[in-house]
Design a protein around this ligand. Structure first.
Ligand SMILES: Cc1cc2nc3c(=O)[nH]c(=O)nc-3n(C[C@H](O)[C@H](O)[C@H](O)COP(=O)(O)O)c2cc1C
Length: 319
């Protein structure tokens, strides 16, 4: 399996689990890591709430697992970012937040299309503001490295706020500043007005490949193992970040890491489900995550059972 270095971090494999709000909790990340995801991210953590030490925000950094994990942060202010990172390092020295010591990367989120965030100038609204973005990248890198130079730093962007910004390639202006300050630069190959079903523009990833010299992680439309491999081959990105494909089928990472089949058996789904619940209960994961994953595992089991009944092999493959 090929490795991937993100600054100080060496990963085994080039396929990473995306940050997903209300999805990427410790149990789900641990499952994806165990199946072969080379890296995982927490869901986005709002910098302003973290800086206020809002307890439920601090608890979103539920990094109890062994697999390599990064924290995704959402902020628009370099001062706030500095405060968040400094507080993070202070908290990780305490017993209550000792699990923060497992964090191997920080990632800034400039991709969230939530209109409430865009209205106040956060997320994809910032992509065109090269100087502001540079200030954030620089603050992230210098503050983190001053405390712990084994932590990688990166950012995740979209191709601008709307079709016009995409057309004007505002995101491309960030390549030199990303190259200078970041260990990895993740590009979700859509603008913020584009929704799930619209195709990602892998051609933009190809073009960015020519100007991004830090590690380029491609994102958008890698929905199964074949399309994830195709994204790497067609665009030459260093790594591929997978979101919906992992919700649909976490075993995508087993196939991509060449450890086994892409589709699990019913017994494997049931074992993973049990393991997920045990991890969630051990770490006090909030009920909304359990509800989401219960429904998701249920859906996978029903689909596999239906497929097995249809091809008449159900009894054998249940084992
Ligand atoms: C349920 C859900 C929650 C998401 N939450 C986040 C998030 O917290 N931070 C982020 O940067 N992107 C978030 N995203 C976007 C994904 O990380 C990813 O960029 C997007 O789904 C495209 O990748 P895909 O085509 O592999 O799904 C979320 C996506 C989904 C489906």
């Amino acid at each position: 399996m090929a490795s991937l270095s993100l600054g100080p971090l060496k990963l085994e494999g080039q396929y990473l689990l995306a940050p997903m709000e209300a999805v990427s909790d410790v149990g789900f990340r641990s499952l994806c890591s165990s199946l072969g995801a080379s890296f995982t991210f927490t869901e986005m953590v709002r910098g302003a709430s973290f800086a206020r030490q809002n307890k439920s925000t601090l608890d979103l950094v539920d990094t109890y697992e062994q697999g390599p994990v990064g924290v995704q942060l959402l902020t628009k202010s370099p001062d706030e970012l500095k405060k968040v990172i400094e507080m993070f390092f202070k908290l990780r020295e305490t017993t209550e937040y000792a699990h923060y010591r497992n964090v191997k990367a920080f990632d800034l989120n400039f991709g969230c299309p939530n209109p409430d965030l865009i209205k106040i100038g956060i997320g994809p609204a910032m992509v065109k503001r090269t100087a502001k973005m540079e200030a954030l990248f620089k603050t992230l890198a210098t503050t983190t490295r001053a405390h712990d130079d084994s932590i990688a730093v990166g950012a995740k962007i979209r191709l601008g706020l709307n079709a016009r910004e995409k057309e004007y390639k505002v995101a491309y202006r960030l390549a030199p500043v990303a190259n200078e300050h970041l260990d990895f630069f993740t590009v979700h190959a859509k603008h913020a007005g584009q929704r799930g079903r619209e195709p990602a523009d892998w051609n933009a990833l190809k073009e960015l490949r020519d100007v991004v010299t830090t590690k380029l992680i491609g994102n958008g439309g890698a929905l199964d193992a074949a399309s994830a491999r195709a994204m790497r081959q067609e665009t030459r990105v260093d790594g591929v970040l997978i979101a919906r494909g992992a919700i649909r089928n976490p075993w995508i990472f087993r196939a991509l890491s060449e450890r086994g089949a892409e589709l699990p058996s019913v017994a494997e789904v049931e074992a993973a489900w049990k393991q997920y619940r045990e991890t969630a209960q051990l770490h006090g994961t909030r009920q909304k995550y359990l509800d989401f994953h219960d429904e998701n595992f249920q859906r996978m089991r029903t689909a596999l059972n239906a497929a097995q009944s249809a091809d008449g092999t159900g009894a054998a493959r249940k084992k």
